[in-house]
Design a protein around this ligand. Structure first.
Ligand code: NAP
Length: 281
């Protein structure tokens, strides 16, 4: 175990990593794990403040703004002369039925969860290409693999990250750069407190929406810790030949296997049952 730890530290030593959304949750845990493994880590936040018990170097960045992303990447490159790892972690969800969000609200979420990823990747690619080396890790979700009733727009944004990442990985592999997806299930962070309520609520969904919120709160009480996800991210960052996808935690692994191997109708029926939706044709 000690030898394994030492080898991970050696592989990672002196490498530069950027972690977006590193003030809390999965981002903060990842920044700490990478730093402990020897990376020089730059965390980003819209309002950076030193996190308690952490000396991660924090930079201001709003992933919805091109200039903000460009300035952050220039600052990191100016200080270190290289960027080896980008972890696209910043993201949030909207809770409510699909029909209950305005297009404006949907766009605002995609601007972080999908276009934020596109912005940071476009900013680091010229640097990684010039190094002929680099790794990009995008935090997806099991909701990028399966349906997400009452979080449909969030699920759609993660399905989009999945499709974008898989295609991009094929395009840039020849440049020494790999793209990896991390798929956690429920993880105990501020994610549920930071959920944005749908901005066009409709009476017809009220009871079910409240039920979904209760279900999410319950799931969060037994969810994996963010450290579980962070350790998988370190593994994906340091693997000599990484997989395209890594599930994080046993629940996520189970969901991913069921999705792949259970026939569609069977999956649909058992999924509705598991998440407490009434059986219906
Ligand atoms: N928790 C779960 O159950 C779960 C499961 C699967 C996947 N995920 C994914 O994991 C990632 C991290 O979420 P978390 O659970 O750790 O939640 P969290 O504690 O709420 O952290 C979200 C982070 O995103 C950042 N962020 C939000 N909007 C941003 C913007 N416009 N520009 C830059 N940063 C922004 C926040 O940073 P500032 O507010 O400091 O700017 C915050 O650090 C997300 O992509 C989420 O979709 C979470």
């Amino acid at each position: 175990m000690a030898a394994l730890k030492e080898s991970v530290v050696n592989q990672a030593s002196k490498k530069t990593a950027i972690v977006t959304g590193a003030t809390s949750g999965i981002g903060l845990a990842t920044a700490k794990v990478l730093q402990a493994a020897g990376y020089r880590v730059f965390g980003t936040s819209r309002n950076p403040a030193p996190a308690a018990g952490s000396d991660i170097q924090m930079l201001t960045c709003d992933v919805t703004e091109d200039d903000s992303v460009a300035t952050m990447v220039e600052t990191v490159f100016g200080e270190t002369g290289r960027i080896d790892l980008l972890v696209n972690n910043a993201g949030f969800g909207i809770s409510g039925a699909a029909e209950e969000s305005s297009v404006e609200q949907a766009k605002a979420m995609f601007d972080v969860n999908l276009f934020g990823v596109v912005r940071t990747i476009r900013a680091v690619l010229p640097i990684m290409r010039s190094q002929n080396d680099g790794r990009i890790i995008n935090i997806s979700s099991v909701l990028g693999l399966i349906p997400a009733p009452y979080m449909a727009l969030y699920g759609a944004s993660k399905h989009a990250v999945e499709g974008y990442s898989e295609s991009l990985d094929h395009e840039i592999r020849g440049q020494g750069i790999r793209v990896v997806l991390i798929e956690p299930a429920y993880t105990r962070t501020s994610f549920d407190q930071n959920l944005v309520r749908s901005d066009r609520p409709l009476d017809i969904y009220e009871i079910e929406r409240a039920g979904r919120d209760r279900f999410l709160r319950e799931m969060m009480t037994t969810a994996d810790t963010p450290e579980v996800v962070a350790k998988v991210i370190l593994m994906a960052a340091t693997a000599a030949s990484p997989n395209l996808r890594y599930t994080a935690g046993s629940k996520a692994r189970q969901v991913s296997l069921l999705r792949r191997f259970v026939p569609a109708k069977g999956f649909d029926k058992s999924y509705r049952k598991q998440i407490g939706l009434p059986a219906a044709s």
